[in-house]
Structure formats: structure tokens, C-alpha cells
Design a protein. Sequence first.
Length: 288
Amino acid sequence: MRVITSVRIMQHLALRWRRQGVHVAFVPTMGYLHAGHLSLIRRARRLARSKGKVVVSIFVNPTQFGPTEDFARYPRDFSRDRKLCREAGADIVFAPDTKAIYPRDFSTYVVEEDLSWRMEGESRPTHFRGVGTVVAKLLNIVLPDVAVFGAKDFQQAMVVGRIKRDLNFPVKIVIAPTIRERDGLAMSSRNRYLEGPLREQALALSRAITKARGAIRQRTAIQADALRSELRTFIEQQSAMRVDYIEFFDPVTLQPVHSVDRRTHMALAVFVGSTRLIDNAALDGGRP
Ligand code: PAJ
């Protein structure tokens, strides 16, 4: 496995692979890897097949963090990440520094204008502009045939899929399932912020999904507002928890629904102390 930090070297290698017909599978990440990321890398390994190449990028992208968010303290551990990438079957770790991706007079952004407004986009107004821009850049540098994203960030995966279609990126977008801890907590690099009793309280996110599933199993359709306030009360029983949003929506259009049923998708964002966690699931699924 090779580590590349130069944009030019990475793109030259990608162009050479393209000329040679080498199949490339790509997993973009911000590092501090956990089992969720590793499942994406293993999926990419299978997609690339034995003769193909797997590229993992590690880049904490400043443009997707708001001014009051955790960019500076976002966890980083490059030597551990590098080892994990090798073990999971990566061929290349692409780890550029900020200057390589954003030169001083950088002034071009990719803004998706339909799926981005609600949920994460409403709470984090410049977030998807940063994600769209860096993902577009990474796709142009790595030139993959397929890129793997996690369902953990469902809205992000949908926004990326729309950008790919709208801007004709010649790449296939694959969405891989959310990997969870044994007790249901969705894996996240931010879980490391959860100290003491906060770790236990954070279970309220996945439990809220389980509760919503239970509710629709008992009744055929439920008013979204009623279910939302029931779940908000349930979550905020925990002293350190504050709900940012709970949304029920159509999984294709991301349009909110008034009446929740088995076809509905649920997403939520909750502050656990000062850490903001997100989770989501289809309401007709098994254990979240
Ligand atoms: P990051 O949060 O590091 O996540 C990288 C990829 O791993 C994303 O596709 C995310 O959905 C996926 N992922 C995270 N936790 C997961 C879990 N528990 N199960 C399955 N997949 C999981 O998402 C980003 O970085 C950035 O926004 C990025 C796309 C790299 C652009 O900067």
C-alpha cells in the first residue's frame, strides 16, 4: 500500500490506470477510521476485484464545517488509519493537506440546490456545499469507476448521487449499510467525544428509531407531528440530550411526509452534551 499526498501524483496515477483499463474503487473519508469506514473499504475491495485498485482518501475537509463546529478538534490519527487501510485491502491512501486541495485563491464551489436544504442543510447551512465541492474534486483527482458511501450519512449519499447525475460524473455511487456497535449506536468518529454517562445516553438515537418502527407496526399510519413529539420527549428525558431535528421523509425525494408508514425513512440529529450525532433508517427495516 502506498501513501500519496500530492494531487498531481494521484491524478497522474489515476490517468495511467484509466489508460490501462484498471478498475478503480474509491472510499472518501475524513479519517479516524472505525468499523463503518472499514466495511466501505472492504466493499470497495470486492468491487475492484483482484486486479483493480482501491483508493481511500483521508482529508478533514474544512469547507464542510461551520465556523462554530469541531474542525480544529476533529479526531485525527494518521498512523493508525494507514495501518487499518492496509489491513482492509486498500492499495492507495490519498492524504493531501489543506493547501493542496484549497489553494489560497480557491473560488469554485459545487452547490446542490434541492436535496440539500432540509435536515443537515438547515442545521449546517454551508455543510453540503463543502461536501459537494470536495467530493467533486476528489472524483476528478482519483477518477474512480465506483465510489462507496455509507448509509449512515443518508442525506449526504443522496446529495452526492444527485451531483453525480446532474454534472455527469462518470462514476457509479454505491451506498453501503450503516455499521453499529453491538448495542445499536451507529459508529462515528465523533463517538470518541462521548465520555462517561454520555455514551449510554447516546443510545437514545437508535432506540428512537426502534420506537418509531414499533409504533408503525402497531398502527397502519401515524401523524408525523405526533410521533415526532413523542420521540423528542423520549430522547430529551436524558439530561444531556437536545434534539436538533427528527424528520420523516420519502427516501427518494427527501420530501417530508405528514403521515408516517412503512415506506417512510427517518433521520434525526441530537446533541449529546456538546457532541452532535446523527442517525437514520428505513422504518420497515429490522434492527437499526
Ligand atoms: P466521514 O464521516 O469520515 O465518513 C466517510 C464515509 O464513511 C461516509 O460515506 C460515511 O457515510 C461512512 N460512514 C461513517 N460512519 C459509518 C457507519 N457507521 N457505517 C457505515 N458507513 C459509515 O462523510 C464524510 O467523512 C465526509 O463528508 C466526506 C464524504 C469524506 C467528504 O469530506
